[in-house]
Unconditional design. Structure first.
Length: 154
């Protein structure tokens, strides 16, 4: 079993996941305990909630790369992993969209429009990932259906 083609992607996913985990464990608690965060304290606390679907999507991405390594990429397991990634992307976008009114409020009170831009970037990036996963899921399902049909005709 070769791991060469997917090794780089797996390493990037693990490094990014470790970075996000480091932020959740070390940086966010410091910001939450600090008195200078002001209106941003609820935002910092709320950043833990989207971290859950984020880590689920990272795990599913690693599983999908494992399926590619095992030459079972064209299977229902891959479709299921892509479905979970799509749902996690939608969940992250929805969670940040729900929090955007407070982000607007806090940014307006602190006169920091960059915070709103960061929130919008996260919403749109998660939505793009969800759409991409949905397209791949549909494409992969069509390939599996065609393969099954061809297997029956031979």
């Amino acid at each position: 079993m070769k791991r060469g083609p997917t090794f780089f992607l797996r390493a990037v996913i693990i490094l990014i996941g470790a970075g996000v985990l480091g932020v959740c464990v070390f940086v966010l608690p410091i910001g939450i305990m600090s008195d200078i965060t002001g209106y941003y304290k609820p935002l910092l606390i709320g950043m833990y909630v989207p971290a859950v679907p984020y880590f689920i999507a990272m795990y599913q991405s690693i599983k999908l790369l494992g399926y590619i390594d095992k030459n079972i990429a064209f299977s229902d397991l891959s479709v299921q992993a892509l479905r979970y990634i799509k749902q996690c992307g939608i969940a992250i976008s929805a969670l940040y969209a729900v929090g955007m009114p407070y982000i607007f409020y806090a940014a307006d009170r602190d006169d920091a429009p960059g915070v709103v831009a960061i929130g919008l970037i996260i919403i749109f990036a998660s939505a793009i990932i969800a759409v991409f996963a949905a397209v791949l899921q549909k494409l992969l399902q069509n390939v599996i259906d065609i393969k099954a049909e061809n297997d029956l005709t031979v």
